[in-house]
Design a protein around this ligand. Structure first.
Ligand SMILES: Nc1nc2c(ncn2[C@@H]2O[C@H](COP(=O)(O)OP(=O)(O)O)[C@@H](O)[C@H]2O)c(=O)[nH]1
Ligand SMILES: [Mg+2]
Length: 356
């Protein structure tokens, strides 16, 4: 089980973004698909409404939620289940409630066990004349205060109270269609994010890694004024998490495969020497250490190569997302070279009720 917590102010576009992710990931990308574990029909109807330009605007988009929701998705690769994804969405104004509000308590619990944080910044805030105007809009109206607070809490274990590494973060600039063309420059956007969320661009304490990606997304040009559903980049934040997890799994698989091949080679050698010198013993002694059959190893190696190729293509598609490690912008290849991936946890984050 992997958990994603999506944080943003009310009306930043986080619930619509979740439907957009499902809309794109249902058909899948590079063999990976994401489907709701429950209530496909409801998800499907909501996606259809978002895309229906005949409907009045207030009927197209999801109604604002008044409580925290935990959705469960199933991630498959080549139709084999590889993970369950718990996606936590909450009403943006929840943090205005007192700390003992039950939903607020649940949010903090989810936060401390989250594997990836999606932090949404509403693209419409980037349209002020000056940099100071933009920063002020994000900090005051765009939930900057609350988002910084959540980052602060995400780096602590709620149960033990101890500090923990910040999970990988993807800063999602939603409604990118509303950002004026002259402001759609990576360096400009990143500059603003560095000022509003400086902590994301600090080197992590010794022994930890702080991984942050930045991804502008849109559900479609002018969709909030009646435009068509034409998602751009929507699946990429999810692919970021998938890549971090699955490239780590691939590494693990390669080690296993190498061990199996080595065991098969040793076995083969022994068999040959048995044949030559101790044919009689070979017949009499039951062999319990028989390694995996060559055919199985060949099939596993073929599966491995297929996944490796798909992850290579996925990495290629993520290149236009800026990626930072401990404050330095890094190329995507160095995630693998420097082992900055995200192995599966042993325990499963199972706190909180699931929507089912
Ligand atoms: N222009 C534009 N508007 C969007 C986009 N995504 C969402 N919206 C608008 O933002 C509103 C709020 O979105 P919602 O997902 O409910 O925000 P939430 O409160 O953060 O969950 C929607 O009703 C849409 O009008 C987008 O990609 N582009
Ligand atoms: Mg919402």
């Amino acid at each position: 089980m992997s958990r994603i917590l999506i944080c943003a102010n009310t009306l930043s576009g986080k619930t619509t973004f979740m439907y957009g992710t499902f809309h794109q990931m249902m058909k899948g990308i590079y063999g990976f698909t994401l489907a709701p574990k429950y209530h496909f029909a409801q998800f499907n109807r909501q996606c259809k409404r978002i895309g229906d330009t005949r409907l009045p605007l207030n009927e197209r988009f999801p109604a604002p939620s008044d409580r925290i929701e935990a959705y469960t998705f199933v991630l498959k690769y080549n139709l084999k289940t590889i993970d369950e994804i718990q996606w936590i969405d909450y009403p943006g104004n929840l943090l205005e409630e007192d700390e003992d509000n039950p939903d607020n308590v649940r949010l903090m619990e989810y936060l401390s066990g989250t594997d990836c944080l999606f932090l949404c910044v509403d693209g419409s805030h980037f349209n002020h004349e000056t940099k100071a105007g933009i920063l002020n809009a994000i900090h005051c109206d765009g939930g900057g205060m609350e988002l910084n607070f959540l980052l602060n809490r995400a780096a602590a274990d709620r149960q033990t109270g101890e500090d923990r590494p910040l999970p990988p973060v993807c800063v999602i600039i939603t409604k990118y269609d509303l950002v004026e063309p002259d402001k759609r420059r990576e360096d400009f956007l990143v500059d603003i994010l560095k000022e509003e969320f400086p902590i994301l661009f600090y080197p992590a304490p010794q022994g930890q890694t702080r991984l942050v990606s930045v991804c502008p997304v849109t559900l479609g040009r002018d969709i909030s004024r009646g435009g068509k559903l034409e998602p751009r980049n929507i699946e990429k934040p999810f692919c970021y998490l998938t890549f971090l997890r699955q490239a780590a799994a691939l590494r693990q698989r390669r080690q296993e495969l190498e061990q199996m091949e080595e065991a098969a080679r040793r076995y083969q050698k022994r068999e040959e020497s048995h044949k030559r010198y101790h044919r009689i013993w070979q017949l009499l002694t039951p062999r319990s250490d028989r390694p995996a059959a060559e055919e199985d190893i060949r099939r596993m190696a073929a599966d491995y190569r297929c996944l490796e190729e798909d992850l290579r293509r996925m990495k290629g598609s993520l290149q236009n997302m800026a990626l930072f490690c401990n404050g330095e912008q890094i190329p995507w290849d160095s995630l693998i070279e420097n082992g900055l991936l995200m192995p599966e946890k042993n325990g499963q984050p199972e706190r909180g009720a699931e929507k089912g």
